[in-house]
Write a protein that binds this ligand. Structure first.
Ligand SMILES: *[C@@H]1O[C@H](CO)[C@@H](O)[C@H](O)[C@H]1NC(C)=O
Length: 335
């Protein structure tokens, strides 16, 4: 079990390092970045070019309810709850009350299958994509025509890696394969889901609809967390410790991000989102308290099982509408 734990964190480190490569920060040469990223991601069965493409969109539209790529919150209408003015507390409890064992099951489901649900079916992905959107078809709505060859290369990489794993399992025995690769790989998926989920989901941070969304606001709706403590600093090279700086300056290599964090803290002061909680506690809190958002409103917070938010908008929130829109809206690619 110690091996499984250690190896899963190391594999999550491979994932994060390939993520860096996808941002082009490991080398000034694009092909070096792509080679490193492709090899590391393929080794952990992630389609490098496909994920890089959707991840770029995520950076361009972080926290936009229309255009962000992952963990899009569910809404009041999704749960068929009565309207805000008529809903009683029992309506919320009818929908959200659950036994601890059911809650645990839901959480385990997300941590185990969340990655596949996103890869194969765009689960909790951008609502602008049609049904059937996935990370493997070169014709998926996620990808631009110029990205299609990369998607085929990622797929070929996965087929190659699965073949290698299969042949290896056949020669050393399935149980050896399960113990050495498969279990650490599953636990790695859990770390990847956990860290990506926690970067932008928290009861205290706002989500935006088009009228109020700006690149800057989206980037600042990120939470820095001491994920896995020193192990996260070392093996995941601060991917969660310095995630706000990563969103503001994503072309900066990971080893310079801690320095940027020091500086943005001074600028943002109280608006710097840092959650010092233990990572598992944070996961539990976010998972249990971030239940749904309202269907309307241009700046919204998550509501909990009582239909309440943790924070409310200031009365003058809309007096100073954002005047900087740094990233142009992308053409709507939905067919
Ligand atoms: C993570 O941040 C710490 C603190 O700033 C720094 O000492 C360390 O070198 C960073 N880790 C990596 C792998 O860059």
């Amino acid at each position: 079990m110690a091996y499984w734990l250690a190896q899963s964190v190391i594999l999550a480190g491979f994932f994060s390092m390939a993520h860096e490569a996808g941002h082009g920060t490991l080398s000034p040469y694009r092909w070096v970045n792509n080679l490193i990223g492709f090899c590391l991601h393929t080794f952990v069965l992630c389609p490098y070019f496909a994920w890089r493409a959707s991840h770029r969109q995520h950076h361009q539209a972080a926290m936009s309810l229309e255009r962000d790529e992952n963990y899009i919150p569910r809404t009041r209408s999704h749960f068929k709850l009565p309207s805000e003015s008529t809903a009683r507390i029992v309506d919320y409890h009818d929908m959200f009350d659950e036994t601890p064992i059911y809650m645990l099951g839901r959480m385990l489901f997300m941590q185990t299958f969340g990655w596949y649900a996103y890869m194969f079916a765009n689960a909790r992905g951008s609502p602008r994509y049609p049904r059937g959107t996935n990370h493997f078809s070169p014709y998926s709505a996620i990808f631009k025509p110029s990205e299609r060859s990369g998607i085929i290369i990622s797929d070929a990489g996965l087929i190659f890696m699965i073949t290698v794993l299969y042949m290896w399992a056949m020669s050393v025995g399935t149980s050896y394969f399960v113990k050495l690769y498969f279990i650490p790989y599953l636990v790695m998926n859990h770390w990847v889901v956990m860290l990506t989920y926690l970067h932008h989901t928290d009861p205290t941070i706002p989500e935006y609809r088009a009228k109020q969304w700006t690149f800057l606001r989206g980037a600042l709706s990120t939470v820095d967390r001491p994920l896995l403590g020193w192990a996260g600093r070392f093996f995941l090279h601060n991917v969660s410790h310095d995630h706000i700086s990563h969103h503001l300056f994503s072309s900066t290599p990971f080893y310079n991000q801690p320095l940027i964090t020091e500086h943005i803290k001074k600028v943002l002061k109280d608006d710097y989102n840092y959650d010092s909680s233990n990572t598992f506690r944070a996961l539990y809190r976010t998972f249990t308290q971030c239940r749904f958002i309202e269907d309307t409103g241009d700046i919204v917070f998550f509501k909990n099982r009582n239909g309440q938010t943790t924070r409310a908008l200031a009365l003058d929130a809309f007096d100073n509408p954002p005047d900087i829109v740094l990233v142009p809206l992308e053409k709507n690619k939905t067919k």
